[in-house]
Write a protein that binds this ligand. Sequence first.
Ligand SMILES: [Zn+2]
Length: 560
Amino acid sequence: MRCIALVLLCSLAFLSPGAAQHESADTVFYNANVYTVNPSQPRAQAIAVKAGRILFAGSNQGVASYETAQTRRIDLAGATVVPGLTDSHYHLIGVGERELTLNLEGTATLAEFLARVKARVEQAAPGEWVTGRGWIETFWTPPVFPTRSDLDKISPANPVFLNRADGHGAVANSAALKIAGIDRNTRDPFGGQIIKDQATGEPSGMLLDNAQGLVAKHIPPSSNADIEKAVLVGVDHSIRLGWCEIQNAGSTYPEVELYKKLYKEGKIKLRIYNAVYGPGPNADRLLREGPTIDAFDHHFTVRTIKVVFDGALGSRGAALLEPYSDDNTSGFLREKVEQVSPMLDQALKQGIQVETHAIGDRANRTILDLYEKAMAAVTPAQRKIAEPRWRVEHAQIISPSDIPRFAKLGIIPSMQPSHAIGDLHFAPRRLGMDRLAGAYAWESLIKSGCIIPGGSDAPVERGEPMIEFYAAVARKDLKGFSGEGWHPEQAVSREDALKMFTIWAAYAAFQEKDKGSIEVGKLADLTVLSADIMQVPESEIPKTRCLMTVIGGEVVFKAS
Ligand SMILES: [Zn+2]
């Protein structure tokens, strides 16, 4: 495909502008306010598309010569167009499940949370598990975890298991703990914590990180039909928001097979750049079988291993160099260095990308050390891909002395602006003022020479492109609030925020030759917006809506 585009480019170069010998377009989009993210031609009014690729970007007048009687003409009536947006850190099935199951997002008090769960418990059959997700206690007064006794009051018999919004903690009731055999004598598993009541020594019901699995493994698994439904709902939801690609931060091989089946059946239009979990059997299989790149006409790629290296800041599972400022713990690593390290060497040799979830400054330093060690052990000549573009997902709290190491080692910090505007309400308590200097340090990383692919971590956050764009440029919550010491100088320019969700996201996926800007020869992925996000007042950005999503030249969503 790329060769054809290049030939096309060359042949066009010999034609005078406006010559009738142009290739004819399948579709033209005109009367638009286009931001191309192409530095040699930053703005345009019109785009011509043929066979899924961009044939022309320029003026309304210029596009006319690409039209024939068969060309579909789409008048965008002054709407703003940006390169098709990519969410660089997304959990597609989680997004679908959020839409399909008990969604506890936005519960403002413990009472409201319990009321919503109670309504679901009342519909459950005797003994049926009640599961849900999306609650977060940091906005409650007081901001403390719910307990099993809270849940026992509304569900004395049915087992209940409810994931915190970040997926790094869950609360279970007594019935669920009993099924899992968890009591005061159960020891913490590696990389997890069973929170116990300090006075009685009994489990409180809260399970952090790897401890969640002790209960979760007893919950009947979702049926294949349920998972397929979640994928399709997640895809539809994403396209409506204006995402043209999502980079799926972790999956298993049965899920990979499901995606392939759905692409074959023509049921997925969204592009998916997919990672599989490691170390373990999924990573082993990717290392053994090799990557899948640009399958289904550039819609599906699997070339990345996702490592979940520590917990999250809200639940105090993020691994810190010094203890938390509001508790006597330093968090924990969730994978053993001696298992990660050999996998990294192998990945370099096989040309497999690695992306590692690291939130705390200890997790970040440790993974930088491990990446550095692997890169020293396996020289560029011994690698399948000399420049491996390894990533750190979140890179949330970094010791200032580690910031320059990212650019120096060619490691990409993949970050989620909305985490900063949610976490600003509790991160100062967890970290104290000094450590905020290296927290969500977007501008410091960019100035040090990094690119930052932007993502939402949905369903941990809403997963809406305009919330992410706003968060990156405003660094304030949706009400315009940012607390003391929240480093407003780390907010990014609108130009860089746009790159985070376009060309930088493409680069972090080895896709910058095909995607990330509106340029002749690239895939015709476009996001059409209701407002000019490069110009409108900051507070207008989150109100901006997706009017149209175009993937490979096809209009896959149009707002009514
Ligand atoms: Zn994630």
